[in-house]
Ligand binder design. Structure first.
Ligand code: GLU
Length: 408
């Protein structure tokens, strides 16, 4: 377990707050790891067998919470890493939750809609007894969306009756929340602006390079563009595009929205993914896969500020290089917490059988994230540590305190 990237950051924080080896072991060891067979009959008539996972990392602060990822990279180690990140993430933004994560090792793009539905229902058949509105609440992540959450909820309800709070990120028509789909990108925009304000900079005209144009990347681009930032480079799985004068984001959203990605967009020149990471922008926002900022490319990054919209985009060795180069990194557990924050609002609405409107959700999101940013910033200033270390110190201290208070 010591080799997981977040375990390195955990250890650093644990040393600074004087956590004993026994406490470290307690807080790092997951409560439960589930690995199940998910077999379906494909439309071709063939049987296909996949592996599904749910790791429940910690529940000291509340029911466990975290997304379901459908991606070929999903395996036991990745899910454990992401589950522990959820424990620290919910603690940093002070949501009354613990952390979990799950998923299926599959490329959802290779499945028909019907196969995707079957796969999702079969997965729920295998894990329905370990999840639930008061124990562990799944949500969307890479490769899943509101439709998948609707199937998950419906399948869960076949066993347990009406329970909309069992899953978040559902469609609006099925007890979903206003503002959930945009939430992670909106949170990234809130945090980016909070950082710039702290540094006495105006978001208007600030240059940004963005890696990823899926749910998180596209909403991040939209909200930062609306705030007046100049987004000069964007890449996704199809390719990259650069325009030093600033990309026309509304036009790009329309273009990429038709399903073809950013490649071939006329409003700039083509660039590679690596060129986007090294673009001449003040702010770099990785909003796609994990592990993209490495020992090899960290030295090429020209941005002064990195906002981690993806989970684990920076490898620990790269993080050290960025620290030495005085690049300010806002860590994933703070920067991308907007999604789980609005998931929390969705859950609260479901439990109350009540509905809030979009302005209310946006206002609550901004308040929760700004408060979290302020706490992390003060902790970092007080202890003279990086924002990542400060965020881990806050998170680990809160989880430890709840664990101690509850007792065994
Ligand atoms: N998958 C998102 C994350 O990594 C959201 C989790 C949730 O809403 O529970 O934070």
């Amino acid at each position: 377990m010591g080799q997981l990237p977040s375990a390195r950051y955990f250890d650093e924080a644990a040393t600074l707050i004087g956590l004993s080896p026994a406490d470290r072991k307690l807080l790092l060891t997951p409560l439960r790891e589930v690995k199940v067979q998910v077999a379906i009959r494909m439309e071709s008539g063939e049987t296909a067998t996949f592996l599904g996972y749910r790791v429940q990392h910690d529940n000291a602060r509340g029911p466990m919470k975290g997304g379901m990822r459908y991606h070929p990279h999903v395996d036991a180690d990745e899910v454990l890493e992401l589950a522990s990140l959820m424990t620290w993430k919910t603690a940093v933004v002070d949501l009354p939750y613990g952390g979990a994560k799950g998923g299926i090792s599959v490329d959802p793009k290779t499945l028909t809609k019907h196969e995707l539905e079957l796969l999702t229902r079969k997965f729920v058949d295998q894990i329905h007894d370990v999840i639930g509105p008061h124990s562990d609440i799944p949500a969307p992540d890479m490769g899943t969306n509101a439709q998948v959450m609707a199937w998950m909820t419906n399948q869960y309800e076949k066993y347990h009756g009406h329970s909309p709070a069992c899953v978040t990120g559902k469609p609006l028509e099925l007890h979903g929340s206003e503002g959930r789909e945009e939430a992670t990108g909106r949170g990234v925009s809130v945090i980016t602006q909070a950082l710039l304000r702290k540094l006495g900079k105006d978001v208007r005209g600030v240059t940004i390079a963005l890696q990823g144009f899926g749910n998180v990347g596209s909403y991040t681009a939209r909200f930062l563009h609306e705030a007046g930032a100049k987004i000069i480079a964007i890449s996704d799985a199809t390719g990259g595009i650069h325009n030093h004068g600033g990309l026309d984001i509304p036009a790009l959203l329309k273009y990429a929205g038709t399903g073809q990605g950013v490649k071939g967009f006329g409003g700039g020149s083509p660039v590679t993914n690596e060129e986007v990471l090294a673009a001449d922008a003040e702010v770099l926002i990785p909003a796609a896969l994990g592990g993209v900022i490495t020992r090899e490319n960290a030295g090429d990054i020209r941005a002064k500020y990195v906002i981690e919209a993806a989970n684990s985009p920076t490898l620990p060795e790269a993080d050290e290089i960025l620290r030495r180069r005085d690049v300010v990194v806002v860590p994933d557990i703070l920067a991308n917490a907007g999604g789980v924050t609005v998931s929390y609002f969705e859950w609260v609405q479901n439990l109350q059988h009540y509905r809030w409107d979009l302005p209310e959700i946006r206002e609550k999101l901004e308040k929760q994230m700004t408060l979290a940013f302020e706490s992390v910033w003060s902790e970092a200033a007080m202890r003279k540590v990086s924002l990542r270390t400060a965020a881990f110190i806050l998170a680990v201290s809160r989880v430890r305190r709840a664990t101690d208070l509850a007792g065994f």
